[in-house]
Write a protein that binds this ligand. Structure first.
Ligand code: MG
Ligand code: MG
Length: 258
């Protein structure tokens, strides 16, 4: 069942997503070789709570942390740990927060220090594919149009799309209907309508698309890097209004922004 949101509810969704955006900005300030992913998690949890929110992932389906921190070949759902980031790593930081009864959800993949050019190119293409998906999310299109646009953008550049995980409706609950896969056929799936709130989140691999799943763990089968970017959007006046934001991240990264 898809819950379309009112304008008032969308503004509350925006507030939750702006808290996530500011939290990711705080995390961005900390990303450097030597910093552990658990330190990033602590920064995020403290910031969310200091600003009146509750971490959206902590306790969700038993997930034990505020952030998913997925390094290199880890696709998603990486547990923050005492692993210290190294020069040349990439780390996707996925963050959720609940504020005033609504969920925010957004993810950014950060380069750590000097990253291989082919990996940086993967990050840029994955981020760009997110915006290609968002531009396709207009009234009258279908979810499959968004999926196909992301898939076409990535595969035409030689990357592959993770099949096992996808974007989702979002609102009072973190994961609502409909599912928003990053691959699919145009003209299929639910119609995009005003009031629809979805998280679009391409998970794109440098090598083959296959992943190994084991509990929360999700890694690429070939051990090559995987990137993940996510925005929460609402359809308003027939087109996508991005409720989350990378502006705080990009302000923090300055010239290191991808
Ligand atoms: Mg997320
Ligand atoms: Mg999500």
């Amino acid at each position: 069942m898809i819950f379309l949101k009112t304008e008032e509810q969308i503004e509350r969704m925006r507030a939750a997503n702006m808290l996530v955006a500011r939290t990711l900005g705080e995390v961005a300030k900390c990303i450097a070789p030597g910093v552990t992913t658990l330190q990033l998690d602590q920064v995020a949890e403290q910031f969310i709570r200091d600003n009146g929110g509750v971490p959206g992932f902590k306790g969700y389906g038993g997930f034990p942390y505020t952030l998913c921190t997925s390094v290199n070949e880890v696709v998603v759902h990486g547990f923050p740990s005492d692993y210290a980031l190294k020069d040349g790593d990439i780390v996707s930081v996925d963050c959720g927060a609940v504020l005033d009864g609504f969920n925010g959800d957004s993810c950014y993949t950060f380069p750590v220090g000097d990253v291989a050019p082919e990996t940086l190119a993967l990050l840029r293409a994955t981020k760009e594919s997110l915006y290609v998906g968002i531009e396709t999310a207009v009234e009258g299109k279908r979810i499959g149009d968004i999926s196909a646009a992301i898939q076409e953008y990535c595969e035409s550049r030689g990357y592959s799309v993770v099949r096992e995980m996808c974007g989702h409706g979002i609102g009072h609950r973190l994961h609502e209907d409909p599912q928003v896969p990053n691959f699919g056929r145009p003209g299929t799936g639910n119609l995009v309508k005003n009031g629809l709130c979805i998280a679009i989140e391409p998970m794109i691999n440098l090598g083959e698309h296959q992943v190994i799943l084991n509990g929360w763990k999700c890694v690429t089968r070939d051990g090559k890097p995987s990137a993940h970017f996510e925005h929460t959007i609402a359809i308003r006046n027939g087109k996508a209004d991005i409720l989350s934001s990378f502006s705080f991240i990009e302000e923090a990264l300055k010239d290191k922004s991808i």
